[in-house]
Design a protein around this ligand. Structure first.
Ligand SMILES: [Zn+2]
Length: 340
């Protein structure tokens, strides 16, 4: 594939026509290279003058298509020469087979499969997650050598309704690092209406890049999941403008006023108080599994039962997020969050 022959990187990917290529030139002196199925990177002509290296991933869940269409637009704008690169950028369509089928996953939720050691009998999704890790380590290796900041936004849409439509999950920082208020403010200006701070390690794609690539990374939820071509109601204009700025120019700086996270960031900031783990098949969630994300939970409410074990809401101002009683035992059936 070259800049001349590519009709659409998404169409080529879904048709099974993408595989590692030699670098090819783009208008204006930049270059592109397909790294693997559904993975393409672009390098500016003047690598030394860049400010940062960026990875934008989407389609880790195959039925979440609005961010995939956004990434496809960004790629097309780079191919045409309309979006000129200042910075290195790599785009990733995460779960290609699930994208073809229009399903969340084929065998397993891929966003639980990062940060693990590969095994011989790994299924397709496990192997793909390992390959994505290798591609990020390789791509960010140059930024580590050149001491450039690394950014990774893993874009999703939610299968749930949500009282807050666009929100971002900030992975727990590495030891000695802290959550950055400036990074949260940048996302708020990109249209994100709430930030959720993780309190534990995790097995998501954004946790991997934060932990192992020392990247500023977020899982970003951008509205509700719909099939390709039905995303008119999902407004990604601010996010597209922000990513365009990161690719073509650099990092915006926002003045931070006030004391609290919420005042400085400009939107509510929550932290995870507890994970609700489904331990056995007896597990029962006592609210509807379709309850909207961010629905308030009254203090003292019995939220879940699992045999002898009861989960009672003890926190003040608690809310529920990602309720899902249908996960397999051992997995998370929801999160209780509170203001940070
Ligand atoms: Zn998702």
């Amino acid at each position: 594939m070259t800049a001349q022959t590519a009709r659409s990187f998404l169409a080529e990917t879904l048709a099974g026509n993408t595989a590692i290529s030699l670098p090819f030139p783009l208008p204006g002196g930049a270059s592109g290279q397909v790294m693997d199925e559904g993975i393409i990177r672009f390098d500016p002509q003047d690598g030394a003058g860049r400010e940062l290296d960026l990875v934008v991933s989407c389609g880790v869940h195959g039925n979440e298509t609005a961010p995939v269409e956004l990434v496809e637009r960004l790629i097309a704008r780079i191919f045409s020469g309309e979006l000129k690169l200042r910075n290195r950028v790599m785009f990733v369509f995460g779960n290609v087979e699930a994208l073809r089928r229009g399903t969340r996953f084929v065998e397993e939720d891929m966003n639980r499969l990062f940060c693990r050691a590969p095994e011989n009998d790994d299924n397709t999704e496990r192997r793909r997650a390992t390959m994505l890790e290798m591609h990020l380590l390789r791509f960010f290796g140059r930024a580590v050598a050149d001491q450039k900041p690394r950014y990774h936004y893993d874009l999703h849409t939610a299968i749930h309704g949500s009282l807050i439509e666009k929100f971002a999950i900030y992975p727990l920082p590495r030891q000695g690092r802290q959550f950055s208020v400036q990074e949260m403010a940048r996302l708020h200006h990109a249209g994100v209406e709430a930030i959720l701070l993780q309190s534990t390690t995790s097995t998501t794609f954004s946790f991997f890049s934060n932990r192992y690539c020392d990247a500023t990374s977020f899982t970003v939820e951008l509205g509700s999941a719909r099939p390709f071509g039905q995303n008119d109601s999902v407004d990604l204009g601010k996010m597209e403008a922000y990513l365009t700025q990161l690719i073509g120019e650099g990092l915006p700086q926002h003045p931070l006023h006030g004391e609290s996270y919420a005042a400085q960031v400009g939107c509510p900031v929550f932290r995870v108080s507890r994970e609700i783990i489904k331990h056995s098949r007896e597990f029962r969630l006592l609210i509807d599994g379709k309850t909207d994300n961010f629905t308030p939970l009254p203090q003292g409410m019995l939220l879940a039962e699992d045999g002898e074990h009861q989960t009672v809401v003890t926190e003040a101002s608690a809310r529920i997020i990602f309720p899902n009683p249908d996960v397999v035992p051992g997995q998370r059936a929801g999160l209780i969050i509170v203001p940070a």
